[in-house]
Design a protein around this ligand. Sequence first.
Ligand SMILES: Nc1ncnc2c1ncn2[C@@H]1O[C@H](COP(=O)(O)OP(=O)(O)O)[C@@H](O)[C@H]1O
Ligand SMILES: [Mg+2]
Length: 252
Amino acid sequence: MSYVYGDGTEALKGIDLTVAPGEFIAVIGENGSGKSTLVKHFNGLLKPGRGKVLLDGKSTKGQEVARLARTCGMLGQNPNNQLVADTTGEEIEATLEALEIPEESRARLTDGVLQLLELEPFLDDDPRDLSCGERERVALASVLVYEPRLLVLDEPTRGVDQETKNRLAGYLAEYHFRGNAVVLVTHDLEFAASCCERVILMGDGRILADGDKHRVLSESLFFTTQFNKTFREAAPGVVTGEEAARALEALR
Ligand SMILES: Nc1ncnc2c1ncn2[C@@H]1O[C@H](COP(=O)(O)OP(=O)(O)O)[C@@H](O)[C@H]1O
Ligand SMILES: [Mg+2]
């Protein structure tokens, strides 16, 4: 598929991509390479110019975002903008309401996500009064709560400290473990390498590389991790610290 913005910017060109159930994918690439435009097609926020996007085998054309969002939950680049309610509890309830999740499963889903994201203490707080990290957790909760089978996060680690990152990695691992697919748009290659299995590298509206993270990251001199750059001669294909340690141990 391809996509051209109203001002003539060709943001996506000749994209051919399949995301399978249960995958954990990082989408990487320079600013302006089309990452956000690409993922906005997954839940129908944007509809392709040429070609088509199928979600669950059905074209997104003519389907409403509110409908598609049940399968593909998305946290955009500015999650704060996604917050609409006066309390954390109402925020989560608003999502369940908007997506017409059956009343009888709401309490179970809400309790689950509050526990996972450690948000119980903030249930009655106004999200606007919370810290930045807490607010992002509320935004994440309002997506995770209804358990979309495909979760898309657009740059969730921007300006986030290491501890929050580690926790986010934990939540995502748990979410993925339960059989859901996760697509992470990120500049943070160390984070991508530690969480994901498959990496899609974008450049100038195209997919430049797509495959197992070890292969894609090893092929690039620039889009790779510090561990890969440091150890690529001694231990080719290594992308994380753990892998480097194991490979070096084996070399002894
Ligand atoms: N609303 C818009 N109108 C016009 N051009 C846009 C719009 N949003 C993004 N673009 C352009 O589309 C291209 C891809 O942008 P984007 O998908 O945001 O890239 P990325 O997320 O990789 O930084 C860029 O050239 C960007 O300037
Ligand atoms: Mg972007």
